[in-house]
Ligand binder design. Structure first.
Ligand code: PEP
Ligand code: MG
Length: 918
């Protein structure tokens, strides 16, 4: 041991880890150092329970990559000797020598970061071939065609990855060297009248090698290197360079992978799946990644190299009957044509899954009847498969319940809850525009540009998508009738986003560069969407497609795995989950999804959309009242509707709590904007148009979001609060009297001082006494509380809690007022903030823990200091964001509240949060 350590100190830091021959220096736990691929190769090759047939090789660590970038693109001094020693080890295991003219060892060089970045970085195969060694390869394999094919592939990949991309050469006319060589290959095929690469003879390929080299020299100004050592180091350097290539950098931004991680480089001896009909290459999964079924699933190609599978020129064959699809149903299975190898592969996959205790994605190659394992990793899967695999593995006792819960990402549940674009169709279609993913799922419809058109088209039975610059409450009818909503402005808590999310409707907002007109819209690139054109939206990713794409519907009732997962969530989570809903229908849906009450009932909903004509008219009548007496009369008429509405939702809840917020928006929002609508209102009210206009004008504000709204309305017009309080208490009281259950929580919005609360509380006390007397009952259970959505309210929470029995954090407004970012206008600058890393994420989507989170923590701490049992929740949009739910759990909230469709997501996120803290 001591000797080994001393030897190591002498050799310096270890930068190279070997694997092969039943041994490995590293293992699966060393992903940070060896990258995912390197760590798994080591595990497969060296773990005593596996020791699988892995072609030997070695991994240069991610630390080399970090060193490379920290030290002006140079390597640590120890690297060269360590690579040489590791290569010598591979040579001895393979019984071949690198660069040997008689029997050359060939290697591949591949990237491998901590997390897989599919197709983002580069690979070079067949390194070690030149005009001399190719002869040795021919002699050893007796297959001239194969050898020259391998050689021309090396030249192609090397010229592309090492000589062009890594050197940062911008191809002239946009046509890279690979494309140019490919075109030459196609010309040769055409001249010979053949279709497939495999139809070219040894002679054709030999000539092609000479031509390829000539083209490389001409185009890139340098010859393709003959020296195998130069090829090897060129390949290693190119992989490190590719870490900072555009594709990799863009991918890291999207996936939030830190730049500092770096990539490892894997050098591995080549095995060939293209040495004849007893050779093959393939990809398989230990379970079906598309639906989670417990079935060995995969594809293979006879006489091919891995890149042929990826290139998609030949249709891969199914490995077994269960893997057949429409394209491959008549092709022979591996099980049929190579039964012994299939059995060996089948047993290996069983061992791999048992060992890793998760679904594995494996790559294999068969060289002249011998099976080799080239890669294994945890397989990517869609949401449906994730739920099925997690719950099945739990039932099989392969994993524990907490592990099963952590195997599903909360947002993956969206795929089980909403229709989405057929992934196959989406993978082959280019989006025409991109915005923010405001309402998940997929939708298709014909474009319309006004709410009125949406209603009219929908009435004719047409499916429409409402396209607007932005939406306002006046558009709600059309929004409701539309399949989806697309806006060019606005952020994640803009009107369109909030409304769509509440309904579980697909929605893309802030589609920058989309110029929306009255009858058409034009994208940045000039694509025109005319009225009536079909478009398809992916609201989960914020993508817009031209045309009508297929959607896939998912059926929860027939998904027992979903039910099992939800039960497990409820066993582990500590947070209660409520919903933001304001109709009996939405409430029933939310309860079906597992909601345990309503965390936000926005009273004003009843003035928008379906069935709102009468209450909206009465509200407008109230707004237009000239004096208090008139106002009280109008309110009395309105009260009937308010009470009916609240009572219906309370009945659906059957005793589950309901937080009812008194009217929040500024009154001006309810006044018609257009001239003709104002005239119509004047006529309906029987007053002068000028009078109505004057009143409308007088309500206009410069900053309505900071203006006369929320509790401020209740202070100015106590009768407006009083009417609502009475409606709530009478609705609850009548239910209680009838032997039913009701539990309202009266919530005052937009407060900043306890005095506002005290002011409104007096009204509550007065009305409570009156309602009890009127109904002749002793008690109506209810609570009185407030939203915390103004920074001052959070800071003075100790005082607020003297009167408030509960707090509900309105993180939409708290974020707006904490940052000073308008929630409706953030779309115009947010993309720059994200690209320039000024903000890590959209703060209206995920709670900014550093700033807004501090305000919430202070609010909770100070509030509970005054009132130990203060009930605390959140009802801003963040209540359905998994990362924010974890935060809410950690800081001790009692519940989160989110739109009905996010309830299952919040249940899972809450369970994961509880597991994290334990
Ligand atoms: C909030 O501000 O977080 C909130 C829930 O209220 P609204 O979005 O209705 O302003
Ligand atoms: Mg608010």
């Amino acid at each position: 041991m001591a000797n080994l350590r001393q030897a190591q100190i002498k050799k310096g830091k270890k930068y190279v880890y070997r694997f092969g021959g039943g041994k490995a220096d590293g293992n699966e736990s060393m992903k940070n150092l060896l990258g995912g691929k390197g760590a798994n190769l080591a595990e497969m090759a060296g773990h005593p329970a596996l020791r699988l047939p892995v072609p030997p090789g070695f991994t240069c660590t991610t630390e080399v990559c970090t060193y490379y970038y920290d030290n002006k693109r140079t390597y640590p001094k120890e690297l060269k000797a360590q690579v040489e020693a590791a290569l010598a080890n591979v040579e001895s295991l393979m019984g071949k020598k690198f660069g040997d003219p008689a029997d050359p060892l060939l290697v591949s060089v591949r990237s491998g970061a901590r997390r897989s970045m599919p197709g983002m970085m580069d690979t070079v195969l067949n390194i070690g071939l030149n005009d001399v060694t190719v002869k040795g390869l021919i002699k050893m394999t007796g297959n001239e065609r194969f050898a020259y094919d391998a050689y021309r592939r090396l030249i192609m990949m090397y010229a592309d990855v090492v000589m062009e991309k890594a050197e940062g050469i911008e191809p002239k006319g946009g046509k890279g060297i690979r494309k140019q060589l490919d075109e030459r290959l196609e010309e040769v095929k055409k001249a010979k009248g053949v279709k497939l690469d495999t139809d070219l003879t040894a002679g054709d390929l030999k000539k092609l090698v000479v031509e390829f080299k000539k083209i490389v020299k001409e185009v890139l100004g340098k010859p393709f290197p003959d020296d195998p050592q130069q090829q090897l180091w060129g390949g290693i350097g190119a992989v490190f360079m590719s870490w900072n290539g555009k594709r990799a950098v863009d991918y890291r931004r999207i996936e939030k992978i830190p730049d500092e991680w770096g990539t490892a480089v894997n050098v591995q001896s080549m095995v060939f799946g293209n040495m004849g009909n007893d050779s093959a290459t393939g990809v398989a999964f230990t379970r079906n990644p598309g639906n989670g079924e417990h079935y060995f699933y995969g594809e293979y190609l006879v006489n091919a190299q891995g890149e042929d599978v990826v290139a998609g020129i030949r249709t891969p064959s199914p490995i077994n009957n269960g893997s057949k699809n429409d394209h491959s149903k008549n092709l022979p299975t591996l099980e049929k044509i190579m039964p012994k190898i299939y059995k060996e592969l089948f047993n290996i996959q069983l061992r791999l899954e048992k060992h890793y205790r998760d679904m594995q994605d494996i790559e294999f190659t068969i060289e002249k009847g011998t099976l080799y394992m080239l890669q294994c990793r945890v397989g990517k899967r869609n949401g449906v498969a994730a739920v099925r695999i997690a719950t099945d593995m739990f039932a099989e006792k392969l994993i524990t319940a907490p592990e099963a819960l952590n195997r599903v990402q909360p947002n993956q549940l969206v795929e089980l809850l909403l229709p989405m674009i057929d992934p196959k169709a989406e993978s082959t279609t280019k989006p025409i525009a991109k915005g923010l993913p405001a309402g998940p799922g997929g939708a298709k419809g014909r474009a319309v540009f006004t709410s009125e058109e949406a209603v009219a088209w929908a009435a004719r039975g047409e499916k429409v998508i409402l396209v607007r610059e932005e939406t306002s409450p006046e558009d709600v009818d059309g929004m409701h009738k539309a399949q989806a909503i697309l806006t060019s402005k606005g952020g994640m808590t803009s009107h369109a986003a909030l409304v769509a999310r509440g309904w579980g409707k697909c929605c893309v907002v802030g589609c920058e560069g989309l110029d929306v007109g009255a009858k058409s819209a034009t994208t940045k690139s000039g694509q025109v969407i005319n009225e009536g054109d079909w478009i398809t939206l992916n609201g989960t990713k914020g993508l817009v497609y031209m045309g009508e794409m297929a959607l896939v519907d998912i059926d929860l009732e027939h998904n027992p795995s979903y039910g099992i997962l939800m039960k497990l969530c409820d066993k582990y989570r500590k947070l209660n989950i409520r919903t933001n809903a304001d109709t009996p229908k939405d409430t029933a849906k939310a309860i079906e999804f597992g909601a345990e009450g309503i965390g936000l009932f926005r009273t004003e909903h009843m003035f928008y959309g379906e069935g709102s004509d009468k209450p909206l008219f009465l509200l407008r009548k109230m707004i237009m009242s000239k004096n208090k007496a008139e106002r009280i009369n109008a309110l009395a008429e309105l009260a009937v509707f308010v009470k009916k509405d609240i009572k219906a939702t309370m009945e659906t809840l059957n005793g589950l709590p309901i937080t009812i917020r008194l009217i929040d928006p500024p009154l001006h929002e309810f006044v018609p904007h257009s001239e003709d609508r104002l005239e119509a209102l004047a006529k309906d009210l029987g007053v002068d148009v000028a009078e109505v206009k004057k009143r409308g004008e007088s309500l206009k504000e410069n900053n309505p979001m900071l203006g006369h709204r929320g509790v401020r309305l209740g202070v100015t017009y106590p009768e407006v609060s009083e009417m609502q309080i009475r409606a709530i208490l009478e609705a609850a009281g009548e239910l209680v009297k009838a032997g039913k259950k009701a539990y309202p929580e009266i919530m005052i919005p937009v407060t900043c001082t306890v005095n506002e609360l005290n002011d409104q509380k007096q009204l509550v006390d007065k009305v409570y006494a009156e309602v009890r007397a009127k109904l002749g009952i002793k008690k109506i259970p209810f609570m009185f509380g407030t939203m915390i959505e103004i920074p001052r309210a959070a800071l003075t929470a100790g005082k607020m809690a003297e009167t408030a029995e509960f707090f509900s954090f309105g993180t939409n407004d708290l974020t707006q007022m904490g940052f000073g970012f308008s929630r409706d206008d953030i779309g115009s600058f947010l993309p720059d903030y994200l690209t320039n890393k000024i903000l890590p994420a959209d703060p209206f989507q995920t709670i900014d823990q550093e700033g807004i989170g501090e305000l919430i923590k202070i609010g909770i701490q100070r509030g509970r200091k005054t009132r130990k049992k203060l009930k605390i929740g959140i009802c801003g949009e963040h209540g359905g964001d998994p990362e924010s739910v974890v935060f809410c759990h950690q800081i001790g909230m009692d519940y989160v509240s989110c739109s009905p469709f996010r309830v299952p997501i919040a249940r899972l996120a809450a369970a994961q949060a509880a597991l994290k803290t334990n």
